[in-house]
Structures are given as structure tokens and as C-alpha cells.
Design a protein around this ligand. Sequence first.
Ligand SMILES: [Zn+2]
Length: 340
Amino acid sequence: MRALTLVADRKLELVDRPAPPAPGAGEVQIRVKAVALNHIDVWGFRGMAFAKRKLPLVVGAEAAGEIVAIGQDVTGFKPGDPVVMYGALTCGACKACREGRDNLCENVAGIMGFHVDGFARELLNLPARLVIPVPPGVSMRDAACAPIAFSTVEHMLFDNAKLQPGETILVHAGGSGIGTVAIKMAKAIGCIVITTVGDNAKAEKVKALGADHVINYRAERFEHMVRKITAKKGVDVVFEHVGAETFNGSLLSLKRGGRLVTCGSTSGPSTSLNLMQLFQQQYKIFGSFGASMRNIRDGLAKMANGLSPVIDIEVALDEVEKGLARLEGRQVFGKVIVKF
Ligand SMILES: [Zn+2]
């Protein structure tokens, strides 16, 4: 079977690997149909000196596929069922796992496609407990955006920031994979959405998604524009993932007692913080990474109800570097999908 394998930093190869054996007890075998790319794929592709992992490694952290076979004691799945897969090898037994806080698993064995072999291969076996059915009417292409993009945004907006209808939210990088999802999810519950983009072509596109106010961060200081748009009040919630370039501006964009939730630092990992401002303004800052199985189910349910992901491009398995370059160069509008 074909598998897209990272053999060295910035070096991907499409290799032939032996197909997996029949699924063991408690496992299912899945034929992968679509993989969605994320920034974690860019980090993995560039190489991370401190990450505990060994190359070669099959890439792909987010995917959808179809059940091919089921192992002993597996109920609830049958061959042909469309499914998505959780993107990390959680233990299923620790307190966090038992309580449904999967992304806080105490014994996680790694993130798929980053620490351990990922989904960019034709077939794989996985514990059935990490597999989630795709509801009728949701395409494989769209479902592939559920395990990370949709679920990460669900977890950030609703579990962490507790975004409420009618609140005002600043969504950074509105054209990114998660930015597009955040705009749509916030609009779906009746929020006022301010978003940032890097060029005017993207400004038109985010307006079409429902954004109420668009700021071109290359032309204007976004924090000044946010204060102007909100009549100096600031926003209730900031959706952060840009990091060093924007973090302090994001805090300045919040109203007193406002919430900032972040899941990324694409522009750099370090920043300084004014602690006086932090406590006097009573900001709440949430770090968010990954999501729970419940978040993935909720995201899929939203897709089934018509909240579909924005797709930037679909590329073939041997064109993944083209997709990664679009992510790295901030050219994307929505998600990059790898077709099988
Ligand atoms: Zn666990």
C-alpha cells in the first residue's frame, strides 16, 4: 500500500509499505479516503529538534475513511461505514480519558503523523474507541476536517472561552483553516465577528462567510481598528493562533474581563506580558490544544446540519508539499485536502 512518509526534515517520499494484518481484538481496519492538512503538519515537515519522534514517519494528523474490517469484540461498526479518527493515541483508561477529557490523557502515546505514524496511508488498524461515525450526508472531504479543525474550534469557543450568543469576537487569520471555521461557528450562534486578513481578496471572502468587520492587518493596526469598531469597549473573546506577532495586540483588543483563547503560535512561540494589565483588566487566557471525542461528534453534527468547512484546494497524495507550501506561506483560504 502507498504511504506518504517523512524521511528527513523537509523530505517527503511516497513509499510502498506492507498492508496491515487483519484487525486485532477491539480494533477496526480503515481505508483512508481524505486527509486534511494542519499547521502541525508544517511543524512536522520543517522538523522540530525537541520533539520525541523517529523518522521515517507516515504523515497526516486529520483524516476520514471507511471501515474495511472489524476485529473481535467490536460493536457499532460494520464494513463500509464512513468514519473519522481521533488524532492521538490516548490510553482510554486514565481519569481524563474516562471523563471525556481526551486531550488531557495522562498516558498519551503520541499525535498521529507527528510522533507516531499518521493517516496518509491507504490502510490502517486503530482501536475502535478512537473511531467516530460520520453522519449521513457529510462527504469524506468535509468529514476529514472534523477531527482537528472543527473540533479544535468547538473546544476553544465553547468549552474554553464559553462564547455566548450576541457576544463580539475577534477571529485572527480569518482565511486560515480554523479561522474560517471559527467565523462560521460564531456567526451560527449569533455573534458579532471581527476578523483579520492579510490581503483584500481574502477580505471579500471572509465577508461572504458572514464576518461583520474585516481588518487587513498589513494595512492597519488591528488593535486600533478593534477599539474603533467596538466604540472603545473591546471584544468579549479573542480567538488567537498567530502568536508572537499579535498576542499583545489581542490582549489590548479585549474588554475588561474578556477571554483570550489560543491554540497556536505560527508567527513565533515567545512574547512578553504586562502582568499589571493582565490582573487589572481581569483577562482570562486559555491555552487550548486538541479536543475531545465529544467535540468531534459535535463538529460532525454541525456539518450534517449544513455548516460545511471551507476548502482551499484538494491535492493528490504526491502533491502534499504544494499544500504545505500554501499553509506555510499563508496563502490558504480554508482547508487543504489530500485525496486518495
Ligand atoms: Zn488516558
